[in-house]
Each structure stands twice: as C-alpha cells, then as structure tokens.
Design a protein around this ligand. Structure first.
Ligand code: AKG
Length: 275
C-alpha cells in the first residue's frame, strides 16, 4: 500500500506575536515565514488563527480581507465576502509559488460561556463555513485543514483521516482557561484516534491584549506523543515528520478492526468537501 506521507516533511509552526497594527502583523509574519524556510528548511509553514488581527469579534470586521480576485495575504485571517456581506474565519493554503490551493472557513464557531472565566461568541459577527478541507500536496500527501474550535469535533478529523490525510493542521488560539484544560489533550486525542500527525499553531501570549492566547504550539505524532512544543512566547517550532503512520497502524490495528456492521462509518454518506 502507498504510504500516506510519501517523503519526510519539515513542518514549521510560527507562534507569532501579533498586535493592533495590521501592517506590522503582516510584515512580521512575512519575515518569520522567510526565516522558517531559509534558516530552518521548512517545507510547510503554518501561521496562527487570525494572525493579521487582534483576536476578538470587535476586531474582525475591521481587519477582514476580501479574497477575490486575488488574495492579499496569507493563511488564517478574518475574511469579508462582498457578495453576501458575510465575515468568516478563514485559513488559506498556498503553494510555494503563491498559488491558492485551498480555502477553509471555520465550520464550528467558537461560542462558549464559562461563568467567571470566559465568554466568547464568534457567531455575533462571523458566519460558519460549510465544508471540510483536504489539500493534496503531490510530493507529500494529503493534509486536512480546520481551525481552532473545529478540533473539538472529532468527526472532522476522523473523516479527513479516513480519506487519507497524514496530517491534521489547526491554526488556533485557545485561551488560558480552555488551553490549560484541553489544548494538548485535543491534539493528542485527534492523533490517537486517527493515528496521524497533528499540528496546532497558536499566536504568542500577550498579557496586555484583551484575549490571552495559550501559546504552546505543538506537533503530535501518530502514536499521540508530543513531538515538539513551544512555551507561550513567540517562536518557530520545527518538526520532522517522517514515516511511521503505517507502523503505528500495524501495531495497533484499529484501522482494520472497525465494526461498520455495528455502527456507521462517519466518512461515508453526506460529507461536503472543498470544491
Ligand atoms: O475550543 C476552545 O477552547 C478555544 C477555541 C478558540 O479559541 C477558537 O475557536 O478560536
């Protein structure tokens, strides 16, 4: 059987310090992407959720970008769609030559209310996406993209993995409450359930900001072990993704032990994909 990850891949997650100055955010992101590629030899580079903007519903309309006809910036941003006047939380995937390969709009909006700790309601300003996103990178294989709160819905991960993804990537911005509780747990759980690599890319923590991101960008391997992890400060995480998925699946063969005669396969039936 063909390997899911066709050759070793150097993955860089940029835990960016962001602030109120959009142009400064973009130029800092640019210099970190160049550093990841030229100094660390990264083949695939990820920026955090909404990296061009402070994280907060009141900021998204002002910082949003309109994508068509030509995308003005890279990776995960608030997006404004002119025809519908909708705003989305959107992650863009580009080839090294700048070709737009995929657009993932966050499917599950971050609406939570933990009394005394944190209330956040993305749906006050954002609209949800309505499809899953799998990107085929011919040299390496398939990767799945979803955004932050999307990680809490294991169906997305499971469907993508069953469709052949070797890596699940989540630009994200957990906070000090749910980050401490669930950030690593979610990453390791998605990796364990699906025996794939998982990457979570956060902004750096800024205690002066209204929203304090958890940081701790991490890459988890198909055995659900943390391969690399940053602390809360700005930094570039570089992880070498090698073969190993097939070996893990051979050792713990849940992939061939599923009982679809007892319960349905969530990857079958009605699943909406990137067109
Ligand atoms: O799921 C969480 O706890 C945090 C999610 C989040 O911060 C987001 O979706 O932006």
């Amino acid at each position: 059987m063909a390997k899911l990850l066709k050759q070793p891949l150097k993955l860089a997650l940029i835990q960016l310090s962001t602030g109120a100055d959009k142009a400064a955010n973009l130029s800092r992101a640019r210099s970190k992407v160049l550093e990841a590629v030229h100094q660390h030899g990264a083949n695939l580079v990820v920026l955090p959720e909404c990296f061009n903007s402070p994280y907060g519903t009141k900021y998204f309309p002002k910082y949003a970008e309109t994508l068509l006809p030509s995308p003005p910036s890279k990776d995960n941003i608030p997006e404004y769609e002119e025809s519908t006047k909708n705003l989305y939380n959107t992650s863009l995937t580009f080839s090294p030559t700048g070709e737009l390969l995929a657009t993932h709009r966050k499917v599950h909006l971050f609406d939570i209310d933990i009394p005394g700790k944190i209330r956040f309601k993305e749906s006050e300003v954002l609209s949800p996406g309505n499809k899953l996103t799998l990107v085929d990178i011919p040299e390496y294989g398939k990767i799945a993209i979803a955004i932050c709160y999307d990680i809490r819905f294991p169906e997305l991960a499971m469907i993508a993995a069953r469709k052949g993804a070797f890596l699940l990537l989540y630009p994200g911005a957990f906070n000090l409450t749910t980050g401490a509780l669930h950030w690593e747990l979610q990453a390791r759980a998605r990796a364990m359930d699906n025996q794939v690599y998982v990457g979570l890319c956060s902004p750096a923590r800024d205690m002066e900001a209204e929203y304090n991101a958890w940081g701790h960008s991490m890459v988890v391997d198909p055995n659900a072990e943390v391969l690399e992890q940053l602390d809360e400060k700005e930094g570039i995480l570089v992880a070498d993704l090698k073969e190993g998925i097939e070996e893990v699946r051979k050792g713990i063969p849940v992939y061939s032990q599923r009982r679809f005669d007892v319960y349905p396969d969530v990857s079958e039936g009605k699943v909406r994909w990137e067109e």
